[in-house]
Design a protein around this ligand. Structure first.
Ligand code: PEP
Ligand code: MN
Length: 340
């Protein structure tokens, strides 16, 4: 059961509702949003729901009480019909504008990151991506430069007036990475790392939750629910391809997940066509498709010299191709009523 407080509700009125739910013996989880507070009551037996809902609905400072039968509640479209817009230090994710996040797979050197970032910014990207902690499948592969890479990202992003998105793998690093990053990326391999998700609920830094490579949409939304339930309302979802029998592409980019998520949830949806295809020749086409099906943002890998890249060389775009991609994207965005 979800209680949506009226926009004008005072702190005392919010406390009052929380107290009533506690007195009835149920769990209380509140998200204190900018516009309004939403309170979840957990553990209410089905048979008693109607009675409690009616008594709450009679209060003037409650806008609506909703019974949500889905296994995720705060992530569901019902609690937030208009769609969430996340403010990343002045850059909006969600809404009419499409957010462009681009940069190298991994921060290798200052120069390599600078070249990539400069090209991305010149082509229109506003958020710089780059791995500092890399979740490599092989322990022999490059693992990232850690805090040195975080410093490079921040320095370059500040110079170019960009924001930073980078992956955090370990809950012990959330605070450290948050000092340098504006969005914390949770990689596909960690989508079901529930201890990490719970900790991410305790901060307010925006989270980009990538889809687990074998995760169903419902499991993904429940993973987002962990973060929301903890009190962090700034969650975006990133489709990055799933495992299927196909091997020509690195993953199968499930673009049907985008409109499906839009039906089910209010959270902004990002598409990563780089991990999603694993092939640079396919990135432009899939990016256009992502925008056409309603993506709110894009996460794209760009490297000044992909042949020498320490990770994901085959899928990284050269700067010129990224600029061409942006030009090709504009009419598609326009056609679906969005801006870049
Ligand atoms: C990445 O963005 O470079 C990355 C490792 O992503 P994923 O977790 O989707 O594989
Ligand atoms: Mn990568």
């Amino acid at each position: 059961m979800i209680v949506v407080m009226a926009a004008h509700a005072t702190d005392a009125e919010i406390k009052d509702v929380e107290q009533r739910i506690t007195d009835w013996g149920y769990g209380v989880h509140a998200i204190y949003g900018e516009a309004r507070t939403v309170i979840g009551a957990t553990g209410v037996p089905e048979a008693d729901k109607e009675r409690y809902m009616e008594s709450l609905e009679a209060l003037p400072y409650i806008e609506q009480v909703i019974a949500i039968l889905r296994p995720y509640k705060f992530a569901s479209r019902e609690v937030h019909p208009e769609g969430t817009v996340i403010d990343v230090k002045g850059i909006k994710i969600g809404g009419n504008h499409i957010a462009l996040m681009a940069g190298p797979c991994t921060v290798e050197t200052y120069e390599q990151t600078w070249e990539s970032a400069k090209a991305c910014k010149d082509a229109g990207a506003t958020i710089l991506r780059g791995g500092a902690y890399k979740p490599s499948t092989s322990p022999y592969s490059f693992q990232g430069h850690g805090v040195e890479a975080l410093k490079i990202l921040k320095e370059i992003a500040d110079k170019l007036d960009m924001r930073v998105i980078t992956e955090v793998m370990d809950l012990r690093n959330i605070e450290l990475v948050s000092q340098y990053a504006d969005i914390l990326q949770i990689g596909t391999r960690n989508m079901q790392n529930y201890d990490l998700l719970r900790e991410l609920g305790k901060v307010k830094t925006p989270i980009c939750l990538k889809r687990g490579m074998s995760a169903k949409i419902e499991e993904w939304l429940q993973a987002a629910e962990y973060i929301l339930l903890g009190g962090n309302p700034n969650v975006m979802l990133c489709e990055r391809g799933i495992r299927t029998f196909e091997t020509y592409t690195r993953n199968t980019l499930d673009l049907s997940a985008v409109p499906a998520l839009k039906e089910l949830s209010h959270l902004p949806v990002i598409v990563d066509p780089s991990q999603g295809t694993g092939r640079r020749s396919l990135v432009i086409a899939m990016t256009k498709a992502a925008v056409a099906v309603g993506a709110d943002g894009l996460l794209i890998e760009v490297h000044p010299d992909p042949r020498t890249a320490l990770s994901d060389g085959p899928q990284q775009l050269k700067p010129a191709r990224f600029a061409a991609l942006m030009a090709a994207l504009r009419p598609v965005a326009e056609a679906v009523g969005r801006t870049l």
